[in-house]
Design a protein around this ligand. Structure first.
Ligand code: 5GP
Length: 139
């Protein structure tokens, strides 16, 4: 699992256009951008999906994301952007090392296209589900 293309980028075995690096986080430009400035932010910890990521690595990513977003905005000139984080093949994940996309939405329309089909909300089921999730989180 640690043998992904991103582990090789972290190890310096494969080059990247580096944007940011600290002890726990690396950010670099996506090699197949969907808009100018499309940037990837990854923890150095080799977890495949975010549910498997440690609290420490999650905190480091959370701290870095807004700083990198500001740099993406400043340099790409975008005012708007999406942050995307895919987990699992059906959810469009191709590289099994946690990563966040920062995707500028430019005036020419380039950026992330989202098909968002909302459904009816069942308050009974919703309350049950929220209680079960809260219990699963615990603490
Ligand atoms: P996913 O669909 O897994 O969320 O996205 C993986 C992303 O990694 C894709 O946008 C793809 O372009 C990017 N990517 C894959 N291989 C490389 C690589 O070798 N270098 C860089 N910079 N990006 C990559």
């Amino acid at each position: 699992m640690s043998d992904t293309i991103f582990s090789k980028i972290i190890a310096g075995e494969i080059p990247c256009h580096k944007v940011y690096e600290d002890d726990q986080v690396l950010a670099f430009l996506d090699i197949h951008p969907i808009s100018e400035g499309h940037t990837l932010i990854i923890p150095k910890e080799a977890a495949a999906t975010i549910d498997a990521l440690s609290d420490e690595a999650s905190a480091a990513i959370g701290k870095a994301l807004p700083r990198i977003a500001r740099a993406v905005m400043q340099v790409s000139g975008c005012e708007h952007y999406n942050i995307l984080q895919n987990n699992g093949v059906p959810a469009h994940q191709a590289v099994f090392h946690v990563h966040f996309h920062i995707i500028p939405k430019h005036a020419d329309g380039s950026g992330l296209g989202i098909g968002w089909k909302s459904r009816d909300f069942d308050h009974g089921k919703g309350a049950e589900m929220a209680r079960a999730m809260a219990a699963a989180i615990g603490g």
